[in-house]
Design a protein around this ligand. Structure first.
Ligand SMILES: Cc1ncc(COP(=O)(O)O)c(C=O)c1O
Length: 367
C-alpha cells in the first residue's frame, strides 16, 4: 500500500531554527523587539496601519470586539457556518450572537440574510464575517449593512492570511481583522498565537492596553484586562514564516485548481467556487458529497486523510445552545454540515498525491 496522503504538513527551515536560538539566547521572552518587528511586518503584509500581537486568534476576536466598544447585551452577527471560536468571544463578552446563514457558492456570510436579521434586531452593535476556508466574505455588501446600522465590522481572518478582495488583503477590509497562527493555518508561529490588524489608532491603542492587563503607558491599570500577549519566540518564528506565505498560498491555489480540474467530471461532487475579484488562499479545500460519510470511509480505506469543517453548526454546541433564546434560522448551514468533506491541502502536496485522492473519489462513485 502507498504512503498515506496526509491532510496537512509542517515546515521548518534553518532560518527558523536560527531565529528561535537567537531569542532563546537573548533571554528576552516577552514584550520585546521580536513582537514589535512581527507586528510591523504583519501590518505591512495586510496593508494596515497597526497590528497587535496576541496569544491566539480567539483572543484577537475577543479583543477586537472589546476595543471596538461592543457591550454586554448588544447583538453581534456571526455566521452559523464557522469554527466555535468565532462565537465564543461574543458570549464571553456577554453579548448576544445572532446567527446568519451562508452564501451557497462561497460558504461565507450571506449579506441578504444579514440585512434581514439586522433589521429585526434590538441592539445591533457588530458583525463578524469569517473568510471561511480562506475565501473572503463579501465585505462590500456586508459593509453596506454595517454602515447603515452603525455597526463595527470585525473580520475573522483566522483562515485567510493573504486572501484578497478587490485587491485588498484580508485584515484590511473591516474595522479590525483577527488572525490565528494555530499550527495548521496558512502560516504559524510554531504554537498558539494571533494578531489583530486595524487602521484605527484608537482601536489599536485600546487593544494593546487590553492585551496587557488593561495597563496604559503610565503603568496604570485603566481597564480590566487579562494577559493576552504573544511571546517573543513565537513572534520570531512568525517573522520567518511570513516571508513564505505568499508563495505557499500560490501553491495552495495551484493544488486547488488541480483538484477542481480532476473532479470536474465526478457529478456527485461539488467543488469550491470563488467570487469575482477575490483571491482564495485555500486554507482548506472542501468538497460537498451527498454520501459524505461513505465517501470519507472510502478515502480512509485508500489511505487518504480527510476532515470535516465543521460537523456541527456552532449554535448546536451545548455551551452555545444553552445561552441562546430559541433556535437560529439557518437551514442552509444545517444541511451543509452533512455534506462537506475537507481533503488534503497544504503547499507541499504533490500532483501525484492529488491524483491519488481524486482517483479514490472516482473509484468510490464508479462502484
Ligand atoms: C474561523 C476561525 N476563527 C477563530 C479561530 C481561533 O483561532 P485560535 O485557535 O488561534 O484561537 C480559528 C482557528 O482555530 C478559526 O479557524
Amino acid at each position: 500500500m502507498d504512503e498515506p496522503v496526509e491532510f496537512t504538513d509542517i515546515y521548518v527551515d534553518e532560518a527558523m531554527v536560527d531565529r528561535a536560538t537567537e531569542v532563546l539566547r537573548s533571554g528576552r521572552y516577552v514584550k520585546g523587539p521580536m513582537v514589535e518587528r512581527f507586528e510591523a511586518a504583519f501590518a505591512e503584509f495586510c496593508g494596515t496601519d497597526h497590528a497587535v500581537g496576541v496569544a491566539s486568534g480567539t483572543d484577537a476576536i475577543y479583543l477586537a470586539l472589546r476595543a471596538a466598544g461592543v457591550d454586554p447585551g448588544e447583538d453581534v452577527f456571526v455566521p452559523a457556518h464557522t469554527f466555535f471560536a468565532t462565537v465564543s468571544p461574543v458570549l464571553e463578552l456577554g453579548a448576544n450572537p445572532v446567527f446568519v446563514d451562508h452564501d451557497p457558492d462561497t460558504y461565507t456570510m450571506d449579506p441578504r440574510d444579514l440585512a434581514e436579521k439586522v433589521a429585526a434586531a434590538d441592539d445591533p452593535a457588530a458583525v463578524v464575517p469569517v473568510h471561511i476556508y480562506g475565501h473572503p466574505a463579501d465585505m462590500d455588501a456586508i459593509g453596506d449593512v454595517a454602515e447603515a446600522h452603525d455597526m463595527a465590522m470585525i473580520e475573522d481572518a483566522c483562515q485567510a492570511h493573504g486572501a484578497t478582495d478587490g485587491g485588498d488583503r484580508a485584515g484590511s477590509l473591516g474595522d479590525a481583522g483577527a488572525f490565528s497562527f494555530y499550527p495548521s493555518k496558512n502560516m504559524t508561529v510554531a504554537g498558539d498565537g494571533g494578531i489583530l490588524t486595524t487602521d484605527d489608532p484608537d482601536l489599536a491603542r485600546e487593544a494593546r492596553m487590553l492585551r496587557n492587563h488593561g495597563r496604559d503607558d503610565d503603568g496604570e491599570h485603566v481597564r480590566l484586562g487579562l494577559n493576552h500577549r504573544l511571546g517573543e519566540l513565537h513572534a520570531a518564528l512568525g517573522l520567518e514564516q511570513l516571508q513564505h506565505v505568499d508563495d505557499w498560498n500560490e501553491k495552495r491555489r495551484a493544488a486547488a485548481q488541480r483538484y477542481t480540474d480532476r473532479l470536474e467530471d465526478v457529478e456527485a461532487v461539488t467543488t469550491p467556487d470563488t467570487r469575482d475579484d477575490t483571491e482564495h488562499v485555500y486554507h482548506l479545500y472542501v468538497i460537498q458529497a451527498p454520501d459524505r460519510d461513505d465517501l470519507q470511509d472510502s478515502l480512509n480505506d485508500a489511505g487518504v486523510e480527510t476532515g470535516i469543517h465543521y460537523p456541527v453548526p456552532t449554535h448546536e454546541h451545548p455551551a452555545v445552545a444553552e445561552r441562546l433564546d430559541g433556535s437560529p434560522q439557518v437551514p442552509r448551514t444545517e444541511r451543509l454540515t452533512e455534506r462537506i468533506l475537507s481533503v488534503p491541502m497544504h503547499p507541499r502536496i504533490t500532483d501525484t498525491e492529488i491524483d491519488r485522492v481524486c482517483a479514490a473519489i472516482e473509484r468510490h462513485y464508479d462502484r
